[in-house]
Design a protein around this ligand. Sequence first.
Ligand code: GDG
Length: 469
Amino acid sequence: MSRLIVVSNRVPVPEKGKAAPAGGLAVALQAALRERGGIWMGWSGKSSGDEETSHLTTIVDGKITYALTDLTDRDVEEYYHGFANRVLWPTFHYRLDLAEYGRREMTGYFRVNRFFAQRLAPMLEPDDVIWVQDYHLIPLANELRLMGVKNRIGFFLHIPLPPADVLLAMPVYDKIIEGLAQYDLVGFQTDYDLANFVGALVREGFGETLPGGYFKSYNRIFRTGAYPISIETDVFAAYAKRALNNAMVKKAATSLAGHELVIGVDRLDYSKGITQRLDAYERFILANPSYQGKVSYLQITPKSRSEVPEYEAMQRVVAEQAGRVNGELGTVDWVPIRYMTRSVARPVLAGLYRIAKVGLVTPMRDGMNLVAKEYVAAQNPEDPGVLILSRFAGAARELHSALLVNPYDIEGVANAIARALSMPLDERKERWQKMMDHLQVHDVTDWCNSFMDDLTHLPETEDHAALAT
Ligand code: GDG
């Protein structure tokens, strides 16, 4: 079996002596790497100052070698904070108003991708299969191809791909599309993202569609597909069941003193719709005074990208908003919103999901949203809670039995909270069972295997040529 080479911006190097289990994506990719043997390469998260480093730190763990490189301060600023997080992230989340395009950042992005390719190429063997993750590294295959690398290379986009009119507003959209065309397999989260990609490609004359999800573009044939990412469903369900004995979860349950719990868990990011959700919760309380003093909303929002000023500002906005609602609606013995910016351990999170009657997952736009899937997996089958899910999360393409909402419609979300809290047990069970059945089949191992099967079983390049005729 050929080796697997995974490349991603950050690498989840297992930390010895640390009990905290890694997220599902890391677990699934590590399992695939262990089976085949291979390398996981990416940025160490550290800066090498002004000097570019030629040094790769390698950590060997059984059949997996983790290979990490530092980046210069300028690289971090231009590639990571700049183009990846100030152009690609907002644009791909349909937020052209937030995209700050600059030539310096764009150049830095392509330069760092070349740098990654230069570090990776010498480690490659001819039949290695390479799997590149996410928007930070779109041009990586192109750089490798320019160095003569002929290996099979797959790419998976974890975030949405917007429609042509949004994508094309990004000045270097053609380079991004050309970059994607250098892969052998390009995977998206949903059929909608795939359709957007096809639309942009065909409408702008970048290529033509061939049968079976294939494309001809930039003199290459490549394949595309939708591969909805998922979680370790059974493992997560087991955590949640066990977590009821966890001291922190017990404390949380006791502190509710009979109140119903509504939970929201998101990295602090404008795409997650946190402020709109707080508005909806406030609207729900005002419209349903009988719930005053009877319900608590716990929002867990670990800080992310806090070096970026916009994210720091967002932190203030959310904290102020939660404070204002608590000030205006709270009473001496009731706090309507509990707001945490500290991260909680994964098993505790699973327990908190389980004791929550409602999971509120209302991003304005999200590639998938794993919190929605985790909330479902964590429920007690005898008394499951209700998932309220934004129709603009990729997960809504699978979790049809959630209460689907439009996060821009504050009243609609407020009404959904009221409906969820009063939903009869039979309906809750029926909705939950359908979602859980789906997640038990379509877990993260299934996601990883589907992509790897397609990537490794693509026809050889000569057959590609036959397809093109
Ligand atoms: C990107 C795409 C796509 C959150 N707080 C805590 C904590 N979390 C964990 C959750 C969940 C993960 O973080 C967040 O995953 P999401 O999928 O919701 O969102 P992104 O980080 O934006 O991820 C997204 C994903 O990639 C995978 O393809 O679904 O659409 O944007 O697992 O549980 N975990 C712990 N403590 C916390 O306080 N332990």
